[in-house]
Design a protein around this ligand. Structure first.
Ligand code: GUN
Length: 287
């Protein structure tokens, strides 16, 4: 069997087009331009790339982008002061503090200082709690993008066995909550799980979010399963830098029914969902 490819790049373009329509409607009907503030502390090169990309795509869908670049030695008090200002700013509907933060800053404290209604990352403890109890909340962008692709591919996910490999607060845990919300039978596995291959082999839906290059080979994949690869790992191969996922794509694609590639799978969906969350926040504030 050769898997069909779930094209996240194309899907993300459709999501952005929908977002742009909502932005136009908000402008015309309510005189409101949705705005996203992105805060970057320090000079982490990967974070700089993400933040640039977020700013560019925000503007492309017609929203206002506010970038705040702070020095790596910014104090917690100064960062909290900026967040308080953004919370109070009516032009700002979404606030994202790029992670990881430098070590001297307490990420939980900083994230929980964001107004939950503007927390477009869905990381605030109140949004985490609402997601866990099935209430309407801001949903973290990467798992939301995965869920959208799965729903698009399968229609209903009800009753399917879903295995999420990875237990991060950003992807693994919210992904499991979302799949449970769609009536999957959910297993969260991780690097310490006993007999990981057997757990993965039981999955109708296998979500890999461990951050280890090509850790999941094709023989861990159940024939016909849908594989969602969240990993974005930079490796050196044949003297070149390449991006690979957490799944060994070539072997998994021989077995799976459908699979997301890296790059061009989950990655583009993350920023598209960030834009969708920002327009949702603006609609809730003004719509
Ligand atoms: N760093 C890596 N992924 C993310 C994300 O989704 N949001 C934020 N704020 N930081 C990140």
């Amino acid at each position: 069997m050769t898997a069909s490819i779930i094209d996240g790049k194309e899907f993300a373009a459709r999501v952005r087009a929908k977002v742009a329509e909502h932005v136009t409607a908000l402008k015309e009907q309510h005189g409101v331009t949705p705005g996203l503030a992105v805060v970057l502390v320090g000079e982490d090169p990967a974070s700089q790339v993400y933040v640039r990309s977020k700013g560019k795509q925000t503007v492309e869908v017609g929203m206002a982008s506010f970038e705040h670049k702070l020095n790596a030695d910014t104090s917690e008090a100064d960062l909290l002061d900026l967040i308080a200002k953004l919370n109070a700013d009516p032009q700002v509907h979404g606030i994202l503090v790029q992670l990881p933060l430098p070590d001297h800053l307490d990420s939980d404290l900083v994230i929980n200082a964001i107004d939950p209604a503007k927390d477009v990352d869905g990381f605030h403890i109140s949004n985490v709690g609402m997601l866990g109890t099935g209430q309407k909340s801001m949903v973290p962008c990467t798992p939301l993008g995965c869920l959208m692709m799965l729903r698009d591919h399968h229609g209903s996910l009800s009753g399917m066995n879903a295995v999420v490999v990875g237990r991060s607060n950003i992807v693994g845990k919210p992904m499991a909550q979302l799949l449970l919300g769609d009536s999957c039978t959910v297993t969260i596995a991780h690097s310490r799980s006993k007999d990981l291959p057997a757990i993965c082999q039981g999955a109708d839906i296998l979500v890999a979010a461990v951050g280890r290059p090509e850790m999941i080979p094709g023989d861990w994949v159940r024939p016909g399963a849908t594989v969602i690869d969240v990993g974005i790992n930079r490796i050196e191969r044949d003297g070149k830098t390449r991006l690979v996922g957490d799944v060994h794509f070539d072997s998994a694609a021989q077995v799976a029914g459908a699979i997301t590639p890296v790059p061009g799978g989950v990655g583009p969906m993350t920023i598209a969902c960030l834009l969708a969350n920002t327009v949702t926040a603006a609609c809730r504030a003004h719509g």
